[in-house]
Design a protein around this ligand. Structure first.
Ligand SMILES: [Zn+2]
Length: 196
């Protein structure tokens, strides 16, 4: 979040082009905005398997697994209950920070577009692009059942979320008709086609 460094009150600045501008005094500072790429998917879609390959495919981007912030958020939030809108907003802020270095952020995260639209950080990133990692229900069920015991399963819920995401959230990338490396290549092609 950009606050005016010239005004005596903590005035939140507003984006204008690639600047942040104070609505009171007109002070401006650089605030570049780049598109954010969200690779979503219900549990069992293959996000974790695709991740290292996607990092290798997109050396000029910053590729992250959103789950990495869950632990710090659990410690930061009262009673260990993660404030999920704040969690998602933190990733928008991160993407805005990465854009200042000219880097696009590619986020593997089970997010939906509507969950990001009303967050304070939304106006500090450019266009949101969504891709959905998807697989057949029986493949997802087998993947979830094979997880270690400490991971939650809730198979019916994840199948329902997958069906929802399949209904038009973004570009579909299958993870059950090839290797994780091949799925990552398709995601990388999708990212590159929108950056260039
Ligand atoms: Zn000001």
């Amino acid at each position: 979040m950009h606050y005016c460094q010239r005004c005596d009150d903590p005035i939140v600045m507003a984006p204008r082009g690639d600047l942040a501008v104070c609505p009171d005094c007109g002070a401006a500072e650089p605030a570049r905005r780049l598109p954010l790429f969200v690779v979503t998917g219900a549990s069992g879609s293959g996000k974790t398997a695709v991740f290292p390959h996607l990092v290798a495919e997109l050396p000029d981007c910053l590729v992250f697994d959103a789950d990495w912030l869950i632990g710090p958020f659990e410690r930061a939030c009262e009673f260990g209950e993660v404030d999920w809108p704040a969690f998602r907003d933190a990733w928008l802020s991160f993407a805005h920070g990465a854009a200042q270095s000219g880097r696009h952020t590619v986020l593997l995260a089970p997010f939906m577009p509507a969950q990001l639209d009303d967050l304070p950080g939304r106006r500090w990133v450019g266009e949101l692009h969504f891709a959905v990692l998807d697989c057949a229900d029986d493949v997802r069920t087998a993947r979830l059942a094979a997880r270690p015991r400490w991971r939650e399963r809730a198979i019916e819920r994840h199948l329902g979320f997958a069906a929802h995401l399949r209904g038009g959230v973004g570009a579909i990338v299958r993870t059950d008709d090839g290797t994780p490396a091949e799925s990552a290549r398709r995601v990388a092609d999708w990212v590159r086609s929108r950056i260039s």
